[in-house]
Design a protein around this ligand. Structure first.
Ligand code: UD1
Length: 330
């Protein structure tokens, strides 16, 4: 009998590719499905890559059968908030409907475990700035809503079947593989650490600080920045939990403390030795002043132990990767 495999959708993207790397280092058999609309084939290194869309049920069903897939880790999604506001149907189609189509194939193929990439955007703007898993969900943009609906579809399907799931709500993912093999290569990136490193590297002229009048210690937005390798290891821990018979779970992934935009920029300047030119701009619509994870549940339930909870280390990995991209663009 062939060994079972893990299907990683969106495995050629920023987060998915870091998970693929760790799964393979642990000796798991992996197959990646990615339509390469936002991912890079080189990000999977030498893992098997099938180019296609998760909503293409014929391709997905054939893949599930051929590779004897018993676990699906689902990363394929669009993640740009302003884009979701301009074109909501694109997000509902790609993030919600495609997840439902994927689940239909999973049920038909007898997949046992499903790990869903979700987001802190499902919480909207929690009053205290800290979100626990039982904080009421109240997304304020179509991106967050599209992911929350995907969570609901998954939970209902699991309720009605033997499928077990882990839904992981990410806070602010940053940095790259510290060994420098892969990293975030998204064109027109919007994430703060990436944009700041691009400015330091001379790829962009300046960084806009969106809002300097927030009720935070230095007036700029505060977020829970988590290194992509720690985020990736949480997926492996979630899989171990499910394989050991744990119940379906929904977990925040963050460190439980935050940094302001100015603190992040100071770190980028320290690490790169370069000045990051900034322009102070008005608040970006829909940005909460502070968003920090209450992250006790993942530590206690999964025994998740982050290794890179240090801002300068996170930024250094992003900066090293940015310099590599300058030498060898993806
Ligand atoms: C990110 C995630 C979102 C998640 C949230 C959790 C993506 C695309 N977004 O959004 O899904 O719900 O984390 O906290 O993955 N900033 C600037 N200038 C810039 C860019 C950002 O000042 O050029 C500021 C923002 O106003 C914010 C902070 O930096 O205060 C972080 O912004 P960003 O990196 O865009 O992430 P989020 O909007 O928090």
């Amino acid at each position: 009998m062939k060994q079972t495999s893990i299907l990683v959708t969106g495995g050629a993207g920023y987060i998915g590719s870091h998970v693929v790397l760790q799964l393979r280092e642990r000796g798991e058999r992996v197959v990646v499905l990615d339509d390469l609309s936002r991912g890079f084939p080189q990000a999977v290194l030498d893992a098997p890559l099938v180019t296609g869309h998760v909503a293409d049920s014929a391709t997905v069903s054939a893949l599930l059968r051929e590779y004897q897939v018993d676990t699906v880790m689902h990363f394929a999604a669009f993640t740009i908030v302003p884009e979701s506001v301009r074109d909501p149907l694109k997000y509902y189609r790609n993030n919600t409907c495609a997840t439902a189509a994927l689940l239909e194939c999973c049920l038909a193929a007898g997949v046992r475990y499903f790990v869903l990439s979700s987001t802190a955007a499902v919480y909207g703007i929690p009053a205290s700035g800290v979100a626990a898993e039982d904080t009421p969900t109240a997304p304020i943009n179509p991106y967050g809503t599209s992911k929350l609906m995907a969570e609901w579809v998954l939970a209902s399907v699991a309720q009605a079947s033997a499928l077990k799931f882990a839904t992981l709500r990410y806070f602010n993912v940053a940095g790259s593989d510290r060994a420098g093999r892969i990293g975030q290569a998204t064109p027109n990136a919007t994430l703060l650490v990436k944009v700041a490193c691009e400015v330091a590297a001379g790829k962009r002229a300046e960084l806009e600080i969106f809002g300097t009048d927030y009720p935070t210690p230095d007036g700029t937005g505060v977020r829970d920045y988590i290194h992509v390798e720690d985020l990736a290891s949480a997926h492996l821990d979630a899989l171990t939990w499910l394989r050991r018979g744990g119940d379906s779970i929904t977990l925040n992934i963050g460190y439980g403390h935050g940094y302001s935009v100015r603190e992040v920029l100071a770190s980028v300047e320290r690490v790169s030795g370069r000045k990051v030119k900034v322009r102070e701009s008005p608040r970006r619509p829909g940005d909460p002043p502070t968003l920090i994870a209450s992250a006790d549940r993942i530590r206690s339930q999964l025994q998740w132990r982050p290794q890179v909870d240090d801002l300068d280390t996170i930024v250094r990995s992003a900066w090293n990767w940015e310099q590599r991209l300058l030498r060898e663009p993806w």
